[in-house]
Design a protein around this ligand. Structure first.
Ligand code: ISE
Length: 324
């Protein structure tokens, strides 16, 4: 059996998801595409049907599962439409553009009493992060005391507006830090560099660990994500993802990709493969709608802190038992 997947939004991420579904995802095929830009949709569809609006794609009898990769502001409404249609959905992060909207999504799934939503926090499928988690969970570096994260983009994407360094970029660190440490974040402090870029965000967990993150949207030299978990008996860090060292013009070293697609290519591929098997077995993996809500809620509280004193106590509503 092959799962018929529809992709909504075919910008940088959606076209990559469509390509992966067509070429590198066993047990799935691309059954439909929608994008507000018709030519872009045609290109990503590569012969699959192009729908004239996202809701008819979701409702179609020819679509069994949906990937949402349209602009952030559309995520919650389209995810709710997938729930109404009873279809599994992989929604790109963030799951919603506000904590209140994200909570509506969670409440709708709880009312349905079954999990249909996975949020595209793909770092959970990156082999490096997985190895850090495994070493940490096996006690390989002792009790965690600190997690240092670095998140640099060569330049902010052209569609970036307002506080998206937090709500669209830093949400990755909120999710991966909760996943790696197994702890919840209880307070945060944010310091802003000149002109608001970079940001230095520190969070404290309910186990008293410290999580520090540099978010630098215009770091110029390339896309670079790093993490080091510090334990009582040692540390474990991501190794440079580059497979080669280049010597040229009297200098030598690692190369960095332009953006996140090549850096996390393997994670995106593994995320889709695991999602399709989960759709087939009915047991979703990866970040849940609840994880999506927590990331968006914390991001919103940090954006508010940025405008005030810089510090904040973090509060989220209690977790429904559907996500135990
Ligand atoms: C982008 O939307 C992503 O999701 C990337 O993974 C992230 O690193 C980048 O900062 C975001 O803008």
């Amino acid at each position: 059996m092959s799962v018929a997947v529809g992709v909504i939004g075919t910008g940088v991420m959606g076209s990559e998801h469509a390509r992966l579904i067509r070429r590198q995802t066993p047990g799935a095929h691309l059954a439909g595409v929608f994008d507000a830009d018709g030519a872009r949709a045609q290109a990503a569809a590569a012969g699959a049907p192009v729908f004239s609006d996202p809701r008819s794609l979701i409702a179609s009898n020819h679509i069994e599962a949906v990937i949402i990769a349209s602009p952030d502001a559309t995520h919650a409404e389209l995810t709710l439409a997938c729930l109404e249609a009873g279809k599994p959905v992989l929604c790109e992060k963030p799951v919603a553009s506000s904590a209140a909207e994200a909570l509506r999504v969670v409440q709708a799934e709880v009312a349905l009493k079954r999990r249909l939503i996975q949020v595209g926090y793909m770092r959970r499928f990156d082999r490096g992060y997985q190895e850090i988690k495994q070493i940490k969970d096996e006690g390989g570096v002792g009790a965690t005391v600190l997690l240092h994260n670095v998140h640099r983009n060569a330049r902010a994407p052209e569609w970036f507006t307002g506080p998206m360094a937090v709500t669209n970029s830093f949400v990755h660190e909120i999710d991966i830090s909760r996943w790696l440490t197994g702890s919840e974040m209880v307070s945060a402090h944010v310091a802003s560099g000149p002109g608001g870029d970079p940001l230095m965000i520190t969070m404290r967990t309910d186990r008293d660990e410290i999580v520090s993150t540099e978010v630098y949207m215009n770091a110029a030299y390339g896309y670079h994500v790093h993490a080091e978990l510090v334990g009582r008996q040692g540390t474990v860090a991501l190794a440079p993802p580059s497979l080669t060292l280049r010597n040229k013009d009297r200098t030598g070293g690692l190369s960095y990709p332009e953006n996140w697609v090549p850096r996390f290519a393997d994670a995106y591929r593994r995320q889709l493969t695991d999602w399709i098997s989960a759709v087939t077995t009915g047991t979703l993996v990866g970040a849940s709608a609840w994880d999506g809500y927590v990331a968006s809620s914390i991001a919103e509280q940090i954006v508010a802190a940025l405008a005030n004193s810089g510090g904040t106590t973090l509060k989220c509503t209690p977790r429904p038992s559907l996500y135990d």
